[in-house]
Design a protein around this ligand. Structure first.
Ligand code: HEC
Length: 169
C-alpha cells in the first residue's frame, strides 16, 4: 500500500468517527431508529466509511506526490535503441545529435555527466523539475511534464551507452 494511501486511511477513520458521533447525537438517529434497527444503521455508516477510503487509495492523494523522483517501477530495464528514438524526439533539439550539444543546451557526453557525478536520478529529476542553469550559459532547462519515468529510463540507457563508448564512465 502506498504511503499516501495509508495516510488517506487515517484521515478516513477520523472523518468516519466524526460523522458517526454527529449521527449518534442528532435527532436523525431517533428518526432512523424508528424506521430501521441499529445494525442496519451501522452497516450503512460502514459502507459510507469504505467509500471515504476509496478516493484516498486511488493514486496520488491529498497533494502528496506519489512518485517524487519520477522513477520507473522497480525492475524496469531501459532499452538503448528505444532510448535513442525517444532522445531524438525529446532531447536532441537542445542536447544535440549524439548528445554532443547544440546552441540551446550542453552535451550530455561531457565528462561532468558521468554516472558518478550525475547519477541516473539527475536525469529523472531534470525532466520532472527542470534544471536551474548552473554548469553552462544556456539558461534553465524547463520541466517536461509529458515525459514518463519509463521514457526517461530508456533515454538514460541510450545516453549511458554512448557515454561508455566515448570513455565517460
Ligand atoms: C529546451 C532545451 C532542452 C531540452 C528539450 C532538454 N534539455 Fe536537458 N538541459 C538543458 C539545459 C540548458 C541544461 C543545462 C543547465 C545547466 O546546468 O546550466 C540541461 C541539463 C540537463 C541535465 C543535467 C542535469 C543536472 O543535474 O545538471 C540532464 C540530465 C538533462 N538536461 C537531461 C535532459 C533529457 C533527458 C531531455 C529530454 C527528455 C532534455 N534534457 C531535454 C536544456 C534542455
Amino acid at each position: 500500500m502506498a504511503a499516501g494511501c495509508v495516510g488517506g486511511v487515517k484521515v478516513g477513520i477520523i472523518q468516519f468517527l466524526w460523522h458517526y458521533s454527529k449521527v449518534l447525537e442528532s435527532k436523525w438517529l431517533r428518526y432512523l431508529k424508528r424506521i430501521m434497527n441499529f445494525a442496519t444503521i451501522t452497516k450503512i455508516l460502514f459502507v459510507g466509511f469504505l467509500s471515504l477510503l476509496l478516493p484516498a487509495c486511488d493514486g496520488p492523494s491529498h497533494g502528496r506526490d506519489a512518485n517524487p523522483f519520477h522513477l520507473p517501477p522497480e525492475g524496469f530495464v531501459g532499452n538503448k535503441a528505444t532510448g535513442k528514438a525517444l532522445y531524438s524526439q525529446n532531447c536532441l533539439v537542445c542536447h544535440g545529435v549524439g548528445a554532443q550539444g547544440s546552441n540551446q543546451g550542453p552535451p550530455l557526453l561531457d565528462n561532468i555527466y558521468n554516472p558518478r557525478h550525475h547519477a541516473d536520478l539527475a536525469f529523472h529529476l531534470a525532466v520532472k523539475n527542470g534544471v536551474r542553469a548552473h554548469h553552462w550559459k544556456f539558461g534553465d532547462m524547463q520541466p517536461m511534464p509529458g515525459i514518463s519515468p519509463e521514457t526517461v529510463g530508456h533515454i538514460v540507457a541510450y545516453v549511458r551507452d554512448i557515454q561508455r563508448k566515448a570513455g565517460i564512465e
